[in-house]
Design a protein around this ligand. Structure first.
Ligand code: ARG
Length: 564
């Protein structure tokens, strides 16, 4: 429908390209301003007239030609307001929306996107910050896939670095096999904390740690065996969380994967004469770009985080030949990625332009930091289980006879957390408030899921029906239905924009808006009525709404129970 209006406008305004017309065409917030509005400000120059006059003349011209898709075309100020003939409009929308994979795009066909996300640090608990990168990264994966891109989901585990030297020292001094086997990451965290306490008093511990890490880099068997064991233990916990979230990765190629690939970085930098010595270490100076230098090699010859990221980029470009490589991490890594991308540019690779850092804000508990009473950070797994339990209680109260309560509680509990993480712009801090997150009536995951279940219940009540391909569109012209239908048509555009801006919150907002419009429709328009025409048409509206909600929630990584 929008395209038709663009065509008509383009017929009447030679001075403007179709693209510019499309960009200017608005959907008014208020329905009394019509279904579409076209502002004439930009035409003032070309027409050498006041925008109001242009709008008036164009309106008259369009009315004279008498297009039958319009109910009326009205001029208000500098705007041309289009009121569509509702029946034709309803028909057109239903045709657009009622397709197998509405919202899917083809722009990504033949293109590959790498998304580097989640990436927890081995031997450390998976905390709520890592939950955010996991949730955002997973949603971006879904969004890009929907647009036809091939996506490589990469978990760049923090499984290499001096901290493992420290852990080895700590384990040898204070650890035990039994305790690590029994308590997993908790035990590793404990001895790691102990290491830091002791190292304050005895600096030689730090030297020992560095030596152990150098040994790891040189392939020492004992060092690597302990490290591998710590990594395996950690992965068990991480994979348990991913399973709970219903998420997966294509590669668990962490930092250690690049340990034999960092020399290539050093060589290339040397070839380009970019590596300078500074206090025994090797760096790339970024003074010229107002950035701190990028450290490449430490005094003892060992690599650092940035070296491994550079090696990873060379590897990924070679292996996946990506069109874009996206990194989802907290904002505090902004400088790190700016440095890494700059070094790639200095190495002469023009694909530095296709590297994107997608940062996000902090997570905090309402009224303070996200920590338990004894001062520890809250772990992701704990939060997820708490959400599931709380939803279980709510369901026990609201719908005690629900079948498969356990599974539904998981879907809704996880959905609530995911939705809360995705409902605002990434960069905004997420504030945790259980009452808000779990509210079935708020702007929440459970609310949207509940709306989906409501749609499903409509079909359960009417029993098996076969929906006709065409319905009587004249019964869909009331305000509540039209507003819902119009809202649904935004889906493809919303997906595109969310991808362009790396902002899943746009999808989350859209899902809430559709749910709200649906609930208005559900309230105003009785569905299971005698009149077969009305019933079929409205069921069809429920059907398309249901599919759009499911598909929107899927883009956020959220499942839709049929009943809740
Ligand atoms: N392990 C890092 C952290 O927890 C995140 C890694 C992000 N990805 C990367 N390629 N540097 O902070």
């Amino acid at each position: 429908m929008k395209n038709k209006i663009i065509d008509i406008l383009s017929e009447n305004i030679e001075q403007m390209s179709k693209e510019d017309i499309a960009a200017a065409l608005e959907i008014p917030k208020k329905t009394d301003m019509g279904d579409f509005a076209f502002p004439c400000f930009r035409l003032a120059k070309a027409f050498r007239k006041a925008p109001n006059m242009i709008a008036e003349e164009l309106t008259a011209q369009i009315n004279e030609k008498g297009y039958d898709i319009f109910d009326k075309v009205v001029n208000v100020g500098a705007y041309i307001n289009f009121f569509l003939a509702k029946e034709a409009f309803a028909k057109e929308i239903m045709k657009t929306v009622d397709t197998a994979d509405f919202g899917a795009g083809t722009e990504g066909e033949g293109k590959t996107v790498c998304i580097d996300y989640s990436s927890p640090n081995v031997a450390k608990n998976f905390h709520v910050g890592h939950l955010r990168t996991t949730i955002i990264g997973n949603s971006l994966y879904k969004i890009y896939s929907k647009l036809g891109y091939h996506v490589e989901r990469i978990n760049h585990l923090g499984d290499w670095g001096t901290q493992f030297g420290k852990l080895i020292v700590a384990y040898k001094k204070w650890g035990s096999k039994e305790a690590v086997e029994k308590n997993g990451i908790d035990e590793l965290m404990k001895i790691y904390v102990k290491f830091h306490q002791e190292a304050e008093k005895d600096d030689s511990l730090n030297d020992q740690a560095r030596e152990w890490f150098v040994k790891m880099e040189q392939g020492d068997e004992e060092a690597l065996a302990i490290w591998q064991w710590f990594k395996d233990i950690s992965l068990v916990e991480y994979k348990r969380i991913y399973k709970l979230l219903g998420m997966d990765f294509d590669h668990f190629t962490g930092e250690s994967f690049y340990r034999d690939k960092t020399h290539e970085v050093v060589e290339k930098l040397q070839e380009k004469d970019l590596l300078v010595e500074s206090e025994g270490a090797h760096i790339v100076s970024l003074d010229e770009y107002d950035m701190a230098p990028c450290l490449i090699m430490k005094k003892d010859g060992s690599s650092i985080y940035a070296t491994r990221d550079l090696a990873a980029l060379l590897y990924r470009k070679r292996t996946y030949n990506f069109d874009k490589c996206i990194y989802v991490t907290g904002l505090e890594q902004k400088l790190h990625f700016a440095q890494v991308f700059k070094v790639i540019e200095l190495l002469g690779y023009d694909w530095y332009q296709n590297l994107v850092h997608v940062p996000y804000g902090l997570v905090s508990m309402e009224g303070g930091k996200l920590s338990t009473r004894n001062g520890n950070v809250i772990y992701a797994e704990q939060i997820l289980h708490e959400a599931i339990e709380k939803i279980h209680e709510i369901i026990n109260e609201k719908n005690p006879d629900l079948p498969n309560k356990e599974e539904v509680s998981r879907q809704v509990g996880i959905g609530a957390i995911l939705f809360n993480d995705l409902y605002n712009q990434r960069i905004k801090d997420v504030i945790f408030n259980w009452d808000k997150i779990l509210n079935f009536d708020g702007e929440t995951g459970p609310y949207v899921q509940y709306t989906y279940a409501r749609c499903a219940s409509v079909f359960r009540k009417v029993g098996a029906v076969e929906l006709p391909a065409e319905v009587d569109y004249s019964v869909l012209t009331d305000d509540a239905t039209m507003n819902l239908l119009k809202d649904l048509t935004r889906f493809p555009q919303v997906i595109k924009e969310a991808a362009e801006k790396y902002e899943p919150f746009m999808i989350a907002r859209f899902a809430v808006s559709v749910a709200q419009h649906f609930n208005k429709f559900y309230h105003d328009c009785q569905i299971n009525v005698e009149d077969e025409n009305v019933k079929m048409a409205r069921l069809k509206v429920v059907d398309v709404t249901m599919r759009v909600i499911k598909s929107a929630l899927d883009l956020l990584g959220i499942e839709c129970p049929e009943q809740m």
